[in-house]
Ligand binder design. Structure first.
Ligand SMILES: N[C@@H](CCC(=O)N[C@@H](CS)C(=O)NCC(=O)O)C(=O)O
Length: 230
């Protein structure tokens, strides 16, 4: 049976999004696409219900409950007021719009947010392919030597060169967006933010971004709480 936990106390931000959402996702520490959605809610101070499936029990639910809710039969799946939301990046953008936050203001800023998010989408797909491969012992080290540095360099270069990134730690300087969340989450899941950012020594701009994300009140409280599972 999946575990269900109520997180937080419903407040004004829940009113803004129209209730208390439920997330269905793996019980995979504080990792994965679903965790990016949880992190946005944690940052915003949104109460939610956290339904977690172990990797062993998930196949049974994938073909039943999850398939009934989501035609692609993948997670995360969100329930909110009888509506079902699927596709994690669309979900993040949806909650950003509902909250009137987590996005750029001008078209130029919004484009840059989406552009970095798109790179992270590509990166995560290749990360998952290598990390969950039956030949992980060879595929993941290979990923860490080849694809991963390419993504790190590309994003670091974007942030070093784009004027929008110069006024603060985030992709859009002082403005925290959903692209910062997905970027932080892939860096976290690749174990690059742990152990004093050891994995980011060559990428100063990315270290600055990670410090900025972890310095946000909601994120800091989450990381220091028992809800953070590594
Ligand atoms: N584009 C989708 C991808 C969803 C996806 O592949 N989810 C993975 C977990 S992160 C999943 O459901 N894996 C189990 C499966 O496909 O059976 C999204 O962003 O939500």
């Amino acid at each position: 049976m999946p575990t269900t936990k109520k997180i937080g106390t419903p407040g004004p931000k829940n009113d803004k999004i129209g209730g208390v959402p439920t997330i269905h996702y793996f019980d995979f520490k504080s990792r994965g696409r679903g965790q990016a959605v949880r992190l946005l809610w944690e940052d915003a101070g949104i109460a939610y219900e956290d339904v977690r499936y172990t990797f062993d029990e998930y196949p049974k639910y994938k073909t039943t409950k999850i398939a009934e809710m989501n035609p692609t039969s993948t997670i995360p799946v969100i329930e909110l007021n009888g509506n079902i939301l699927t596709q994690s990046y669309a979900i993040l953008r949806h909650f950003s719009r509902l909250l009137g936050a987590y996005d750029g203001k001008s078209e130029e800023e919004k484009f840059f947010v989406d552009q970095i998010c798109d790179i992270v989408i590509d990166w995560r797909s290749l990360f998952i392919q290598a990390f969950f491969s039956p030949n992980k012992d060879t595929t993941y080290p290979e990923h860490c030597k080849t694809c991963r540095p390419d993504f790190l360099k590309a994003i670091n270069t974007h942030l070093m060169n784009n004027d929008l990134s110069q006024s603060g730690p985030f992709i859009i300087g002082d403005t925290f967006t959903n692209a910062d969340i997905v970027l932080y989450q892939i860096l976290h899941d690749e174990n690059l933010v742990q152990e004093e950012r050891k994995g980011l020594v060559e990428y100063e701009r990315l270290r600055t971004l990670v410090d900025g994300v972890e310095g946000r009140e909601g994120v800091r409280n989450f990381l220091g709480s028992e809800r953070y599972l590594g």
